[in-house]
Structure formats: structure tokens, C-alpha cells
Design a protein around this ligand. Structure first.
Ligand code: NCC
Length: 276
């Protein structure tokens, strides 16, 4: 597998990764019951056209970064799972425009998910690891975590908050590109929430700044900026092909190495600014 140039790689991502949310027309969601739960507006209509966007990883290296102001200066900010802002504004900012959560979180920790105020800000998107290139019907019958009831409960409690289900096709379209551009064989597990979030923002924004996905000089074995838990696998990957994701993002970075080293910052173009 020969590595593509950064330009060609961006074109592959733009043209082959189809970022869509489940809509009421998609079988098996085309029932009257699901129409009550799925948002009426598309994600594009809900967010509008975004200029500068920030993606904030949950890495421990955000600690003492003082990046909060810089992150909040963006038009939109994407965060992951249970990553808090309260008490961490100085390092991670306080704006949350989109929160991408995995299906495990909203299923296994359903009670917290339904109760905690952290989730009530911004737009929610949930994703679930689907079988490799499975049709939506097949995935619906055997999701990795059966999060559908939790999704419905949340929608009933917060009907005004936009909450989308990521179309699972995207994760394997992205995985194929990761595999094609790696010399090693990658375990067939879907990309991390971080990598999915980066590509979601590239479809919505003119420019995307990603913070501490590629670790800065503050790199640490502390998994999250909001917990004391140590595990090197958080940064390097165990289940998710994190190392390959990070190599790919490094390859298409349009910012400087200095930005990575001091701020853990990567600059990527939005797909509407990628010309193939
Ligand atoms: O840890 P997690 O990820 O929520 O982190 C979000 C994204 O930030 C990037 N990251 C995180 C830590 C770190 N040291 N370096 C990083 O680069 C990654 O891109 C990561 O995706 C997930 O991807 O959804 C994940 O979720 C957690 C966990 O399910 C949630 O936090 C909810 O509690 C997973 N951990 C476990 O299952 C124990 C993690 O493997 C992946």
C-alpha cells in the first residue's frame, strides 16, 4: 500500500466518506414510531454553514494547556463522550456546539446520560460500531450496544435538543482509507470517536483545528484531562486503530510542527475547501 500525497488523501476522504445521519426515510427507521424520535431537520440545517471549528480530544495532555480561550474563539466546538467543561474552562474552553458520544456510554451509563446536565448543551450525535460494511438493517438487528431505547428515552425528556444517530456506513468507509494508507494490517475495529468527529467537522466547517489528538509536549499516560486514570492505550490505541488514525491526520496536517509541539494543534481544511 503506497501512501498517497496529502492532497490525494484529502480527496479520498472527501469523495469516499459519506457523512450522514439516520433520517426517517432510512429503513428500518421509516416507521411512524421512529418519526416521532428522529430530528425533523438535517444536521446541516441545524448547524448552518460553519467557518472555523475546533475538535477537542479528551487527552490528559490538555491539562495545564491554557488552550481554553483559543478553543472558544472558534465558531463551533466538538467534544466527546463525557468530557466536561465545568471546572476545566481554562484548558478546554466552555463552548460545546456538538457532542459526539459512543453507544456504549449511553447504554451502559444510561442513568448518568439521562440525568447529567453535561449532555444538555449543544447538538448530540451518537454512533455505534457496526459490522464491517453492514447494511443498516443488519446493523439495526445487531448493534454493538443496543442504545435505541436509551436514545428514545433521552429524546422524550429533551425533545427540543437536536440528537442525531450517525449513519454507520461512514465508519467503514473511513476505515478502508486508513487501511489502504497503512503498511501494516489494521485490526478490523471502527475508528475512534476522535477520528469520526474530525471527519464530521470537515464536512461542516471551512477550517478545522484539532486539539491534542496528536499529542503535544504535554503528552502523558494520564488518559483523560478530567480523570486521574493512567493508561498508555488511551493515546496509542487498543480497540480503535488510533495510531493509524494519528499517522493519517499528521500526514494531512496543514499547520506547523511547532503548533503540534506547543499546542497539540492540527489544522485541516473543510471539504468544501478541498479541490480535486
Ligand atoms: O476516551 P474517549 O474515547 O472518550 O476519548 C475521546 C477521543 O479522544 C481521543 N483521545 C482520548 C484520550 C487520549 N489519551 N488520547 C486521545 O487521542 C481519541 O480520539 C478518543 O476517541 C471513544 O473513542 O469513544 C473512546 O471512548 C471511551 C469510553 O467509552 C468513553 O469515554 C465513555 O466513558 C473508551 N474507553 C473505554 O471503553 C474504557 C475509549 O477506548 C474510546
Amino acid at each position: 500500500a503506497a501512501k498517497l500525497s496529502p492532497e490525494k488523501l484529502l480527496c479520498q476522504l472527501r469523495d469516499r466518506v459519506n457523512v450522514t445521519m439516520i433520517q426517517g426515510l432510512d429503513g428500518p427507521f421509516d416507521t411512524s414510531e421512529w418519526q416521532q424520535y428522529l430530528p425533523g431537520k438535517s444536521l446541516n440545517e441545524t448547524v448552518g454553514r460553519l467557518g472555523r471549528c475546533a475538535v477537542v480530544s479528551s487527552a490528559g495532555s490538555l491539562k495545564s494547556s491554557h488552550l481554553g480561550q483559543e478553543i472558544d474563539s472558534h465558531d463551533a466546538v466538538l467534544r466527546f463522550n463525557g468530557a466536561p467543561v465545568k471546572g476545566f474552562q481554562e484548558d478546554v474552553g466552555q463552548k460545546t456546539t456538538i457532542r459526539l458520544v459512543n453507544s456504549q456510554l449511553i447504554t451502559v451509563e444510561e442513568q448518568q446520560f439521562l440525568r447529567e446536565a453535561l449532555y444538555n448543551t449543544g447538538i448530540l450525535i451518537v454512533w455505534d460500531p457496526a459490522p464491517y460494511h453492514a447494511e443498516i438493517h443488519e446493523w439495526y438487528r445487531k448493534p454493538d450496544y443496543n442504545f435505541f431505547e436509551s436514545y428514545k428515552s433521552y429524546r422524550s425528556i429533551h425533545p427540543e435538543q437536536p440528537f442525531y444517530i450517525l449513519n454507520p456506513k461512514m465508519q467503514w468507509q473511513l476505515w478502508d482509507i486508513l487501511q489502504e494508507n497503512s503498511l501494516e494490517h489494521i485490526q478490523p475495529n471502527p475508528p475512534s470517536s476522535g477520528m469520526l468527529g474530525i471527519v464530521i467537522m470537515m464536512t461542516l466547517c471551512d477550517e478545522v483545528h484539532v486539539y491534542e489528538f496528536l499529542p503535544s509536549k504535554r503528552q502523558t499516560d494520564i488518559c483523560h484531562y478530567y480523570q486521574k486514570f493512567h493508561d498508555r492505550a488511551c493515546t496509542m490505541g487498543a480497540y480503535h486503530p488510533l495510531l493509524f488514525e494519528k499517522n493519517l491526520v499528521k500526514h494531512i496536517n496543514q499547520g506547523t510542527d511547532e503548533d503540534i509541539y506547543t499546542r497539540g494543534k492540527v489544522t485541516l481544511p473543510g471539504f468544501r475547501n478541498v479541490h480535486c
